[in-house]
Write a protein that binds this ligand. Structure first.
Ligand code: SF4
Length: 194
């Protein structure tokens, strides 16, 4: 399933790859969300993504997400996102914020003018806790890269939100303070338990 509707938004599943293996990842307990199977047989090309949307103005938002980390497919997000935006879409990306580390360069300016909103998973108030919760392939460097990615995002993307999952071990107030200090919004996501 490439495109699936939840509420008034259309979600685009462009990859199953991710640089994390979060303890709370829904992929560990389910094959998808909303009754949709989100394991891809292969990653879709930009043309397929655009075709799967149809008329984007039927939705409040078109959201690049996963079942995985969408920005590992940066070129597809940029190409399909630009074409959908030209057709009137509002574009959001839900990301783990590690794209600059993944690509070895600052990719955030490349999203300017395409992406209207970005949700970045902060998930913890420090690097040590982040590693315990998210098992990033990059280790603690991932956490510092996320903070830097968020600082870049507020320069180039109109609406930036840092998010955390409501786990008891996470200091939500400290995470909110980090988000505010960067100039981003803050949102708590509900943990879906098995
Ligand atoms: S970053 Fe998202 S997709 Fe990746 S493992 Fe964590 S919750 Fe799952």
């Amino acid at each position: 399933m490439i495109a699936y509707r939840l509420g008034n938004s259309l979600y685009l599943n462009v990859t199953n790859r991710c640089t994390n293996s979060c303890e709370f990842c829904i992929r560990k307990i389910a094959d998808g969300v909303g009754g949709y199977n989100l394991w891809l047989e292969r990653e879709p090309a930009a043309d397929e993504v655009v075709d799967a949307v149809g008329d984007p103005t039927r939705y409040d938002e078109i959201v690049f997400c996963g079942y995985g980390e969408p920005l590992v497919r940066l070129d597809v997000v940029k190409d399909a996102g630009r074409r959908l935006k030209e057709r009137g879409a509002r574009i959001r990306v839900d990301t783990n914020g590690q794209a600059n580390l993944f690509f070895g360069r600052n990719v955030v300016p490349e999203l300017e003018g395409i992406v209207d909103a970005i949700s970045i998973s902060l998930n913890a108030e420090n690097a040590e806790k982040y590693v315990k919760l998210c098992n990033p392939v990059f280790g603690e460097r991932a956490y510092y890269a996320i903070l830097e990615f968020a600082r870049e995002a507020v320069k180039h993307i109109p609406r930036v939100t840092l998010t955390v999952v409501d786990l008891p071990e996470v200091d939500l107030k400290a995470c909110e303070d980090i988000a505010r200090s960067i100039g981003a919004g803050f949102r708590v996501r509900h943990h879906i338990r098995s």
